[in-house]
Design a protein around this ligand. Sequence first.
Ligand code: ARG
Length: 496
Amino acid sequence: MTGDEATNGELDADESVVRRDRFSGGPARDFLSSLAADARIFAADIAVDRAHVVMLAECDVVDDATAGAILAALEEIETAGHDALPDGEDVHEAIETAVVDRVGPDGGRMHTARSRNDEVATCIRYRLREDVFDAIEATLALREVLAEIAEAHAETIMPGYTHLQPAQPTTVAQWALSYESTVARDTARLFDALGRLDASPLGAAAFAGTPFEIDRERTAELLGFSSVLSNATDAVASRDVLLETTGALSTLATTLSGFAEDLIVFANRGFVDLDDDYASTSSIMPQKKNPDTLELVRAVAGDAAASVQGLTTTLKGLPRAYNRDLQRATPHVWATVDAVTQATEVAAGAVATADWNEDSLAGAAGEGFSTATGVADLLAMAGVPFRTAHEIVAEAATAAEVDDGSIREALADAAEAHLEESLEEFVDAEALDAALDPASNVASRDSAGGPAPDAVRDQLAAVGSSIEADRETHADRVCVVESAAERRLEVVSTYV
Ligand code: ARG
């Protein structure tokens, strides 16, 4: 017999204590207990208890006076806090003991028509929903910061890299919006996870339902869940949404790690100066200003990936319906949501307060003949097959010392050799100068999504509305949960 069956409200308080002692009082007590870790779901459990007791009263499973006494006890227990709970295998058992201590054996009626299995699954979803709200908020704030940077730096030319080699000149705005686009999908993935998280397992009982006439829709409503998990066995056994949420967070952390790495490289090259608040110094080398916060942001991706691995490994091969392994699955998601949300906030703060060194960015933008693609494009636009144009420019780049101006001669020679006509037949000197100039080279790339200031302004308009739409969705969802919490307390107060 499990602890759940022992506390099904039909035994008196002393008997249930005896049973618990028999089954979990031995040397493995600490190993079995999740009470300390359950501090995370203390408030959620109180909310779940309230919703359940109200529903039991509304369905005439417990009488109003008993419900009132239990709800009054829950209020006291909430005020006293998690640390004041009596000993127990977990927060569910400890809160129930605290209720019975205050109410007497009738307090045991709280656990009618439920199990710790549906209770814990509901608490996890309830709490994680709040945490995902915070994670989404952090992504929105980061996206806003990136949009502001793009707005301010639509014309700030910088080098763009592939393989960390100078590739083509671009702008700070284009760089910032590239991350905004990725983080926007991270937001979307979190919304997706939230959608599936936002369903109530409560009332599934141990896994196989209950003979009591309960109203699962009502508890879901009181807890602000938008739906009920229909299959009772799935409701208690599955943790796929934890994996999905951790996966979404791990993806976000991976995005952030590349973002942090870019800024670390930019700081190394003198392109950005991090604010002192986001830098550290060395305990021995007095001149050092190190991008430690960004290095830690970069590292969080490792923790998050480890959690995905840990969760997957724990969940793999678990038989239906409930197994205690699940207790060790949950902490992975708490650790991940905390670390990734914090990393998102720190990344936003670091980039929001960094100074972009426009001179060194502009100076480096043309390095390594990064305008070469623009020159090849120019030839191709004049009718030369792109592959031939590519060869001409490649040959000129190899022949010339690009930075001393000899590139024009080298281009003329290479064009002559390949086209049997002079370069001027295809491009005039002015157009060539423009292609070789990083700023006008950038300005010419005005295709949709390109870095030309005009194209960036179009991107910015779309980004602005997508952030606004996501903000609205987020606010609506938070509002549903907050008003459910208010309504729940109103209903509770009618009993107490
Ligand atoms: N502490 C447990 C957990 O986190 C709660 C459920 C215990 N249920 C049981 N049948 N032993 O999973």
